[in-house]
Design a protein. Structure first.
Length: 101
């Protein structure tokens, strides 16, 4: 390697996300989806959610858990008006508390 070359840097996003603290308001979800969301719309969320909150299991069942939400609003932008029925910020003292960066 020459002096001008640098080695690629690998970032372990899961490691950084695990440093965050979450206060989950179990009885008051801040993201609500429509009942039986359209598969194609749901797959958009599977692809774009940075916290991987939207998943499909091997049988095609749609899985969603708001508890690890980063509150970035990506799902709201991607699917508001289609399958994201409600998106609002969590109640005060609830939600994510970033501990890195």
């Amino acid at each position: 390697m020459t002096m001008n070359e640098t080695e690629p840097v690998t970032v372990n996003v899961d490691g950084y996300l695990s440093l965050n603290k979450y206060e989950v308001d179990e009885g008051n979800p801040h993201i609500v989806l429509v009942d039986d969301p359209d598969t194609e719309e749901f797959l958009k969320l599977v692809r774009v959610c940075p916290a991987a909150l939207y998943r499909m299991d091997d049988t095609g069942k749609k899985l969603f858990d708001f508890a690890g939400c980063l509150e970035c609003g990506t799902c709201r932008i991607a699917c508001a008006g289609s399958i994201v029925k409600e998106w609002r910020n969590p109640q005060p003292t609830m939600g994510v508390e970033y501990r890195y960066g």
